[in-house]
Every structure is written in C-alpha cells, then in structure tokens.
Design a protein around this ligand. Sequence first.
Ligand code: PAF
Length: 273
Amino acid sequence: MGFIANLRKVNPDFILGFVPTMGALHEGHMSLIKEAKRKADLVVCSVFVNPTQFNDAKDLEKYPRTLEADLKLLEENGCDFVYTPQVEDIYPNGLDEPYEINFAGLDEVMEGKFRPGHFKGVAQVVERFFRIVNPDKAFFGRKDFQQTAIIKHLVKVKSLPIEICIVETSRSKDGLALSSRNTRLSDEQLKEALIIYKTLINAKELIKTAPTVAILKEKLISFFNQGNLKLEYLEIVDDDTLQPINNTQSSCTCCIAAFCGPVRLIDNMSLKA
Ligand code: PAF
C-alpha cells in the first residue's frame, strides 16, 4: 500500500474506497463496488471468510467459496485492487488473540443475541482491515443493518478517520434480499424465502394503523408463520440504539432472521413513513 501513500502525497484530495467482503460475490456486492467507484478514486475489495465471526463451525465450513468467479466479477465491475489474505496474514498470533471493544449494548440484541461473539469477530476483522488498507471511505450493505451500526460505533470508539457509507439492499425482482447464502437455496426455497420480504412490506403498511408495537409484532409474526420458514426473531427497533421500541416512532426498522431449511437468512426494512 506504499504507492497509495505516494498518491496521497501527490494529491491530498485522493480518496481510497474499500469494500470488505467474504466472497461468493453477487449483484449486491457489485452495487457496493459501483457506489465506491462513484465516491472514490481507487477501490480496494477484500475477499476473506473470517473465522472469528462464525459461532457455528458448520456454518463456516459451508460458507460458499468462489474466488475465481469473484475475481472475474470484480474485474468486470472495474474494481482496482483485490486483497485476498490468508488466515495467518490477518491473525498472525492465532485466532484466540484477545480483542476488546465495548459495543454499548448494540451487540446484545438480534444477531448478537443469537450469534454470541459474532460482532466481536466482525469488529476485530474490520478494524484489522481498516488498519492495513487505510481507506478514506468504506462501504457496507444495509441488509446487515446491525453490522452497519456496529461498524459506525467501531470507527467512533477507535477514532478511525474513515467515512462509513451504507448502500441500500439489492433485491431479486421478487424482493428477496441478495445474499451469498441464497446460492444454497433450492428453487422452491427461493420462492418460500419471499415471505421475509412480504412481511417487511406488510410491516410498512401496518405500522400506520397498529395501536401498539406489541399488536403490530403479533400480526406480523402470525403473517410470517403462514409461510414455511422458521422464524428466529422479528424485532422493531430504534435506528440508533437498536433496542426494541415500545411505541411507534418515526425512525425505526423491522428486522427479521429466519431459517429456510438449514440456511439462515436476515433482512430488514425502514418503517419510516
Ligand atoms: O458483511 C460481511 O461480509 C462481513 O461481515 C465483513 C464485513 C466482510 C467482515 O468479515
């Protein structure tokens, strides 16, 4: 990255964009690359399946790995550099090296509750990447709503001078949020998974008239359960604190995690009027 430092010396306005990924890239990732290209002079993408953020060894093992196709897609979409480190490059002192960060409660709900240690692993790898790549702007998808809050918190508490840019969720034409995990779904499951999107759209509508958040949640859960997925959680949370809300308010988001067969999917939607 020495030549980036030189570019910065020559042009102090030079902007380096960074898109961290775990590979198995799809159109959703490409929307991050495109946004990064709009907002930065050069774009680096990392492809690294981070072991410390998986609390389930089977999930880590099954995570799709498609490096050759990823590199082709990145080249076609004009990504300037791809960083594909090995585990030893990122964790030279082993995977058990202590890492501390206080998430101020952001990690205690939703994903954090069901995937203990997940966000610590995410923050650990993202901080490591930020220190190696040293970007000016980093790009994350809104599909991982809680992750975006965690990363914004990370740069704040670690005083990292990086702008975090959040990019809207890319969806299939039917509304399913694009995810690397979708490659593990059969055609039938891809159709069944649409209940997540339909429930989120329903939330946007029902919040206008529901007398309480409890009643809104009850209605949404019973709508969701008409489908075949196994709901892990459905929460309506404050956009900043991520805590479940008790009264309907203007800046809140409906978040869902559910199993479609063995595949765990997440999605969310802002319920702002
Ligand atoms: O969102 C992801 O793909 C991962 O959590 C990230 C940010 C690349 C860290 O491994």
